[in-house]
Design a protein around this ligand. Structure first.
Ligand SMILES: [Zn+2]
Length: 102
């Protein structure tokens, strides 16, 4: 997967933390995590609805959704697909559609 030069949602420059790229904004949080030795892309995390995170594990071809509620942390799996970051709202809508069927 090609890594966008800037945040694909707001076009801001990435925040680079130990080689991992992220953008933290009021209406979106996105981060790319890389394997330290090889530089290979390991996963992408998106935050949505304030209390939910979607984790795309690209190598394992798994997507998990974490939901942070007041005292409970739950993690669920949805079917794997490659995230299309060119349309963030459509991507979040797709994730939510999958979540409806769980
Ligand atoms: Zn951004």
């Amino acid at each position: 997967m090609k890594i966008p030069k800037n945040c694909p949602i707001c076009d801001k420059e990435w925040l680079n933390t130990n080689g991992n790229l992220s953008c933290v904004n009021n209406d979106h949080v996105i981060s790319f995590t890389f394997i330290q030795n090889t530089g290979e892309l390991w996963g992408i995390t998106l935050r949505f609805d304030n209390d939910k995170r979607a984790h795309f594990f690209l190598k394992r071809k798994e997507i998990t959704i974490s939901c942070f509620t007041t005292d409970l942390l739950t993690s669920i799996y949805i079917p794997f697909f490659e995230p299309d970051l060119s349309n963030y709202e459509a991507l979040i809508a797709k994730i939510k559609t999958y979540m409806l069927f769980l």
